[in-house]
Design a binder for this molecule. Structure first.
Ligand SMILES: [Zn+2]
Length: 325
């Protein structure tokens, strides 16, 4: 069988391409459960082990983790479940998880990529979908919590299902224990986009912002972008940086996983955020050098919001939300 390999770089418009990055520090507003990747049904959270040097000795540190692969899944789902008219974007496009449509025209697969391992028949489609590899141009990284605060086990109760217990049996809830990431943990996360048009990045922006309220398995869910002084000393702003560029001139505001002190972590993030082409800049909300543009804090949210509005107009636009018909 012929294998079709697409670069994912085909374009349908004359729009120019750029690289885009989002750097943010997320904060858990309550405890969160992100199941361990291989441990299904055992209620333990995913952690990572960080090697740290202690007076010449090598030690280990266990940290909670908001894994990039989980974030990617939630982001993709926020696009699949995006409302469009009476339906959802994924249904409109016949694009889901794991059955991606893998079409270049699809606003989801264009950026997240798609894979069809062998030709497959799809309900409602006259022709088989060919084996396709559509390479994604959006990648996710980071997610290691700053604080060295391990998971905590909590007691929960589940009401018994009649499928599991006969009706005559005592209907008391079944207790179970589950680990949680503690509230208030800070997770530095990063999304990187390679050679995208502004319209393509609008799907990335929508997925990033849409996923914030939905991160986590079960309940409770959700994180927010951490608020604290950033470009000004006396005013809280969301800790987020957006870059749009051709050449990577900005220092990347990535927090080292070895750091456990919040102030040190923030210091590392801000020093990088205000460093372009190797020199320290004024702490302002917009930094530009040639084709390199960086938006920091509130300005980054304003920039992301422009893309959100464009995504709504260009992709979710087949209904007038102001009327109910
Ligand atoms: Zn698709």
């Amino acid at each position: 069988m012929a294998i079709k390999v697409k670069s994912g770089l085909e374009t349908y418009t004359d729009e120019p391409r750029f690289h885009f990055d989002i750097y943010a520090i997320l904060e858990g507003g309550q405890e969160l459960f992100f199941g361990h990747e291989t441990q299904v049904n055992v209620n333990i959270v995913e952690t990572v082990t960080i090697p740290v040097s202690n007076d010449g000795d090598t030690d280990e540190l266990e940290k909670c983790y908001l894994s990039p692969t989980k974030r990617r899944g939630v982001e993709r789902r926020s696009l699949i479940w995006a409302p469009t008219g009476n339906g959802l974007l994924g249904d409109q496009r016949n694009c889901g998880i794991p059955h991606t449509c893998s079409k270049v025209e699809c606003p989801i697969c264009r950026v997240f990529g798609g894979l069809i391992t062998s030709a497959i028949e799809i309900e409602g489609e006259s022709e088989k979908r060919p084996a396709t590899t559509l390479i994604g141009r959006l990648t996710h990284s980071g997610g290691v919590a700053i604080q060295a605060l391990g998971p905590e086990e909590k007691q929960r109760a589940m009401h018994p299902s009649m499928m599991r217990k006969p009706p005559e049996e005592d209907p008391t809830p079944t207790p179970f224990r589950r680990e949680y990431n503690q509230p208030g943990l800070l997770y530095p996360v990063y999304n990187h986009c390679m050679s995208m048009t502004d319209s393509e990045f609008s799907a990335v922006a929508y997925a990033f912002m849409g996923a914030l309220a939905r991160l986590g398995a079960g309940n409770p869910k959700g994180v927010k972008i951490h608020d604290a002084p950033l470009t000004k000393t006396d005013e809280d702003e969301p800790w987020v940086v957006v870059d749009r560029y051709l050449a990577p001139l900005g220092k990347r505001p990535v927090v080292s996983p070895v750091i456990t002190d919040i102030d040190l972590a923030k210091d590392q993030f801000t020093k990088a955020a205000f460093s372009i082409a190797g020199s320290e800049q004024q702490r302002t909300s917009e930094l530009t050098q040639g084709n390199f543009h960086r938006y920091v804090g509130d300005a980054a949210i304003t920039k992301i919001s422009e893309y959100l509005v464009n995504f709504e107009k260009e992709v979710l636009n087949n209904v007038d939300a102001e009327t109910d018909n």
